[in-house]
Design a protein. Structure first.
Length: 69
């Protein structure tokens, strides 16, 4: 997705919700204000589109495996 974002929104801040761009702006705070008003309950990722792709984030989650007695 980075290549498409870079072509369309170079060095702008983009807001992504459920894998889609829902807003963008050169002014990060203006974007945050609009997103907070529109998506007060949801999770929205806001990032600046830079020339290089950001590193992948990996989250590890512990699993509980019950002991069988």
């Amino acid at each position: 997705m980075h290549d498409q974002l870079w072509q369309t929104y170079p060095e702008e801040y983009v807001a992504l919700h459920v894998g889609k761009v829902v807003d963008h702006d050169r002014d990060e705070q203006a974007l945050v204000d609009r997103i907070e008003a529109r998506f007060s309950d949801g999770i929205v990722l806001i990032r600046q589109v830079l020339p290089t792709s950001p590193a992948d984030l990996i989250f590890r989650s512990p699993r509980f495996i019950p002991e069988h007695t």
